[in-house]
Design a protein around this ligand. Structure first.
Ligand SMILES: Nc1ncnc2c1ncn2[C@@H]1O[C@H](COP(=O)(O)OP(=O)(O)O)[C@@H](O)[C@H]1O
Ligand SMILES: [Mg+2]
Length: 410
């Protein structure tokens, strides 16, 4: 017997994908009733480790011990029945169904005689209300999930995890799209769960959050374990230097750009919708980074999408290098050499089932069409390989499907 009893031990987990050793003998030990942060740069292997725990991937080597018992987790159903839940980075609820139906999907309570069974709506409603009351969540069991905010859907996912009597709940970047208040609400729920002896594995890049909410911190780099420390012994600088493997003199590179002439000028840009952006003016200079601040709902994305021709504009002017331009569609925007990296990468930014090469070429097809209207793939390959190298995209080949890259590399 060891002195400390761990609720979960992942010992020497190894996982290889063609051309990438995603996990190289990683060990993670989680104490009961703690928040355990899992940290590392993009591509370090955090999500892969958690997918091994949740039965989405089968590790090539190593063992998983839950509550002192060695377990086999072959799929997410196994994981759930062993008390392991995962709140994914991207949530996939069933939008056209209500809260109750999403919550109990696949395990509706039924009533009836013999083989004749129907869904017991009343019990389902009562169970749902009891669960929300228990967690102090304010959610309407009949609300359509498609009309709910990200934070509500996330609370719903957490309630679902609790309803499975989970002992370990994995949260992959849970606060990335929450407002300040919603983060506080989430932390309240996390504290409540921790008080009940549930262990939370928490993946995030936000240092302040990690230091505030977690008890232990495990740091990974390039598929390997760097170590586990009590959060109380760590600082932001220590975490970063252990994540990147060298001391960092400054967190952000020094700025020595000298913004030049005005490149883009936006004057009194106004959306046709009264609740969206109104009367927005700004100038963007050459070699300049312009931040657009505001709370969630402030219409920042809508403004930027209007500049890319994705949203209509009722009035106002856009000029490039002093000349007025009309941007009605993304094709117009691209003609003016404006590019947009979208907010929801997986939904609107990439074609997951195409390769890195295809994804990159498709953004700029005209460049690769030869005089016979055929695709000049050789030119594409050379240029894309150059970009991959310049941007240090971590991938075995430009033929790799883009969905297999870690989030940041996509
Ligand atoms: N299904 C997959 N096929 C091929 N490579 C993958 C797959 N999933 C992850 N990888 C690779 O494994 C490495 C670790 O990725 P990931 O676990 O997503 O990192 P993190 O979550 O820490 O950002 C990356 O190099 C990534 O490209
Ligand atoms: Mg990840």
């Amino acid at each position: 017997m060891t002195e400390t009893r761990y609720l979960l031990e992942m010992n020497g987990i190894t996982k290889e994908f063609p051309g990438v050793k995603a996990l190289d003998g990683v060990t993670l030990k989680v104490r009961p009733g703690t928040v355990h942060a899992l940290m590392g740069e993009n591509g370090a292997g955090k999500s892969t480790l958690m997918k091994c725990l949740f039965g989405i991937y089968k590790p090539d080597g190593g063992e998983i011990v839950l509550d002192g018992q060695r377990v086999e987790i072959n799929n997410s159903k196994d994981a759930l029945s062993l008390g392991v839940s995962m709140i994914h980075q991207e949530l996939y609820p069933v939008p056209h169904r209500n809260v109750m139906e999403n919550l109990w999907l696949g395990r509706f309570p039924v009533k009836g005689f013999g083989p004749l069974k129907i869904v017991d709506e009343k019990k389902m409603r009562e169970d749902t209300l009891a669960l929300f009351r228990d967690l102090d969540m304010d959610i309407d069991p009949n609300a359509l999930v498609g009309s709910m905010s990200v934070s509500k859907i996330q609370s719903l996912e957490i309630a679902k995890a609790v309803s499975f009597r989970s002992k370990v709940i994995v949260m992959d970047e849970p606060t990335s799209s929450l407002t300040g208040n919603e983060v506080e609400q989430l932390f309240k729920i996390i504290n409540e769960l921790r008080g009940r002896g549930v262990s939370i594995i928490y993946i995030s890049h936000k240092m302040e959050e990690i230091l505030r909410i977690s008890d232990d911190v495990t740091i990974m780099r390039d598929g390997r374990l760097i170590g586990t420390w009590p959060a109380a012994e760590l600082t932001t600088d220590l975490i970063i230097s252990r994540m990147v493997g060298r001391d960092l003199k400054e967190r952000f590179p020094e700025r020595h750009n000298k913004p030049g002439d005005v490149l883009l000028k936006v004057e009194k840009l106004t959306s046709p919708f009264p609740k969206s952006f109104q009367d927005v003016s700004f100038e963007l200079r050459q070699g300049e980074i312009l931040g657009v601040g505001g709370l969630v709902g402030a219409q920042r994305t809508e403004l930027i999408e209007a500049l890319f021709g994705l949203r209509s504009v009722a009035s106002g002017e856009i000029s490039l290098r002093g000349r007025k331009v009309k941007i009605k569609t993304p094709t117009d925007a691209k003609k003016h050499k404006i590019a947009l990296l979208t907010e929801e990468r997986r939904v609107t930014g990439i074609f997951p089932v195409l390769s890195i090469l295809e994804n990159t070429m498709i953004a700029n097809l005209d460049r690769y069409i030869n005089p016979f209207f055929l695709l000049n793939e050789r030119k594409g390959r050379a240029e894309v390989a150059g970009s991959v190298e310049k941007l240090r995209v971590k991938t075995p080949s430009i033929k790799e499907l883009i969905k297999n890259l870690s989030g940041g590399n996509q």
